[in-house]
Design a protein around this ligand. Structure first.
Ligand code: PHE
Length: 343
């Protein structure tokens, strides 16, 4: 047997051994290049055919063709097998297990402070009040002047705020809503107005420079302090339970006369005295009073015919009591671990 034939057959054996170990299409391509490519093993041998005798040439030529055909067939079969295996593998990985439990979609929840606002407003809605809202950027005239707090009044000192201009500021209370409502409505008036208010203050566990109030206003013929007390009692009992009582302490607000601060039985100890109420048994929740006749007149309401009461509820404090929250800052940090507890 000629050298060349011998060489061809050993190349074939070598190829056959290698083709068995192929595991992917890249390896198949590399093997094709190594044996059948321009610089491949088989091509190299065929170059040497020029030196063969005319008798030998067709014999070797035939062997060479057989070897090439064999290699191509092997490679084709192998590639088809690999492709099929790769497809099966992919299908296996993409299998969808329809019996797996689905991802849980967690619904959000209303912020505890807005839950408290809604609860409080609902109580007053039940008493026949409507709900009003007004701007946080307010006229000095509405926030102070028409509420009998002229420029330079000492009571302004405790309610410092941002001034947008000389006469426009961030409201320090929801009481300007009293003016807005009375200027635009004729009695009988029965309304609650929730909203944000702003005051210069240092943040600590019970203070925040931005907080919420709910203003209440009732104006009609023959409204008395008794009506105010009755309404607030009902509100306290509905929000914190039947055993809850209210306590009025005389106070001063320029826009109400008489004025009072209103305490509720401590929601933590029920009145015995504890850490939450600092041993008092009572917690201050709102300011209130009979609308000052001058304020009625400032809004074009005849104070000889009509009277009214107003109150301002501190929302944060009420929400903290309602939900047992001991630091006001928790209400503003929006930490999901905190908020999750109020679903
Ligand atoms: N606006 C007062 C405050 O912020 C509360 C208040 C409202 C008092 C209505 C009387 C009547 O302190």
């Amino acid at each position: 047997m000629s050298d060349l034939k011998q060489q061809l057959l050993s190349i074939k054996d070598e190829f056959d051994a290698k083709v068995l170990n192929i595991t992917n299409s890249q390896e198949a391509d590399a093997l094709r290049v190594a044996y059948l490519g321009k610089k491949g093993e088989l091509t190299g041998v065929l170059r040497g055919m020029g030196s063969l005798s005319p008798e030998e040439r067709p014999v070797i030529g035939q062997v060479a063709n057989e070897v090439r055909a064999h290699m191509e067939e092997e490679l084709t079969t192998k590639i088809a097998a690999i492709k099929e295996a790769e497809k099966q593998e992919k299908l296996k990985n993409e299998v969808i297990d329809v019996t797996l439990p689905s991802k849980i979609r967690r619904a959000g929840a209303r912020h505890p402070m807005y839950q408290a606002i809604n609860e409080i407003c609902d109580i007053f809605l039940g008493l026949g009040y409507t709900i009003g809202e007004g701007p946080e950027v307010e006229y000095d005239e509405y926030n102070f002047e028409k509420l009998r707090l002229p420029k330079g009044h000492p009571a302004r000192d405790t309610q410092d705020t941002f001034y947008i201009s000389e006469n426009i500021l961030l409201r320090t209370q929801t009481s300007p809503m009293q003016i807005r409502i009375m200027e635009n409505n004729k009695p009988p008036i029965k309304v609650v107005c929730p909203g944000k208010v702003y005051r210069q203050d240092t943040m600590d566990s019970t203070h925040s420079p931005i907080f919420h109030q709910i203003e209440g206003l009732v104006v009609d013929k023959g409204v008395t302090m008794g009506d105010l007390v009755g309404s607030l009692k009902l509100f306290a009992k509905k929000l914190f339970g039947e055993e809850t009582e209210i306590r009025l302490r005389p106070h001063h607000f320029p826009f109400t006369e008489p004025s009072c601060e209103v305490d509720l039985t401590c929601w933590s100890c029920g009145g015995k005295g504890c850490r939450v109420c600092k041993g008092e048994g009572w917690i201050e929740v709102l300011g209130a009073g009979m609308v000052h006749p001058e304020v009625l007149e400032n809004c074009g309401i005849d104070s000889e015919v009509y009277s009214g009461f107003a109150f301002g509820i501190g929302v944060e404090r009420t929400a903290m009591g309602r939900f047992g929250i001991d630091d006001i800052r928790l209400l503003y940090e929006n930490d999901v671990r905190f908020l999750k507890q109020f679903k």
